[in-house]
Design a protein around this ligand. Structure first.
Ligand code: ATP
Ligand code: MG
Length: 262
């Protein structure tokens, strides 16, 4: 996609950025650097699963609008749990969580689907529907949201263009490579023009070259003012990261606010 058409495609153009620095118990700010509320706000958040396992403990941080943030930590550290709290797949046991101006503890169950439409979510295994074409997979969130079919066509093609798959719209996922399938998953995540893009180990199943390609796409969305939070194990992405790195260890946030620039 050409830069201009991408700019039209992405509605979220507030001009602010910044890196929060909140580890442990310090109360985070709710207002970002330019007086705009942060995109993700965790205050003293705990998550205990029904079996008694405490997956997150006293997690406090803020992600500003338009930030690029990596979430890392050992296997079992709580990364997926943290993302599941943001997407409301799980509820916190304690603490306050505000996402895109929505206090999640006050969000009734019937509003969850509507809230999720404003998020873009990328999964490690991309979760594409095998019996639908690339076009239909990407367009599904718009169809579910009742968007007019001509607008669906426009937006799906814009999203596919962005991930470099415009020519593959009629194909079925099984005929695509792993990297291409993941790019379809990313197109589907951004087709709703989300203000916040979340990804849980999006490069976990890919070889290093393809993983870098996927990561470049996230940087590009971030350049166009989408807030991006990516959970990753991959140390290569963290050492070359220009975003902030949050690190969980045993459910506790042990690193926050660092910026590693190449
Ligand atoms: N539904 C659940 N019920 C009970 N315990 C759970 C549940 N989901 C996760 N856990 C536990 O919570 C801890 C954190 O899990 P989580 O999936 O968030 O880790 P992670 O950092 O994403 O790990 P990985 O890098 O392996 O994906 C783990 O010890 C896990 O076993
Ligand atoms: Mg995980």
């Amino acid at each position: 996609m050409r830069p201009n058409s991408w700019r039209r495609y992405c509605p979220n153009r507030w001009a602010t950025s910044g890196s929060g620095e909140h580890v442990g118990g310090a109360p985070p700010r709710r207002i970002g650097r330019r007086g705009v509320p942060g995109m993700i706000h965790f205050s003293q958040v705990y998550k205990r699963y029904p079996n008694g396992h405490e997956a997150l403990k006293r997690v406090t941080f803020q992600v500003e609008r338009h930030e690029m943030v990596f979430l890392t930590g050992h296997s079992g550290a709580g990364k997926s749990t943290l993302l599941k709290l943001i997407t409301m797949v799980e509820r916190p046991t304690r603490g306050q969580l505000i996402v895109n101006d929505q206090n999640l503890s006050r969000l009734p169950v019937r509003r969850i689907a509507h809230f999720r439409r404003k998020l873009g979510i990328v999964f490690q295994d991309h979760k594409l529907l095998a019996d639908r074409t690339v076009f239909d997979n990407v367009g599904l969130p718009l169809v579910v949201a009742g968007v007019d079919h001509r607008e669906v066509g426009r937006r799906v093609r814009a999203a596919l263009d962005k991930v470099g798959l415009l020519r593959k719209e009629k194909l079925y996922p099984i005929t695509l490579s792993g990297g291409e399938q993941q790019r379809v998953g990313i197109a589907r995540a951004v087709v709703n023009r989300p203000a916040l893009l979340l990804a849980d180990e999006p490069t976990g199943n890919l070889d290093p070259g393809l993983a870098d390609e996927i990561m470049r796409l996230f940087y590009e969305f971030n350049l166009h003012q989408v807030t991006v939070l990516v959970a990753t194990h991959d140390p290569r992405h963290l050492t070359s990261a220009t975003g902030r790195v949050l690190e969980l260890r045993g459910g506790e946030l042990v690193r926050s606010g660092e910026e590693n620039r190449v």
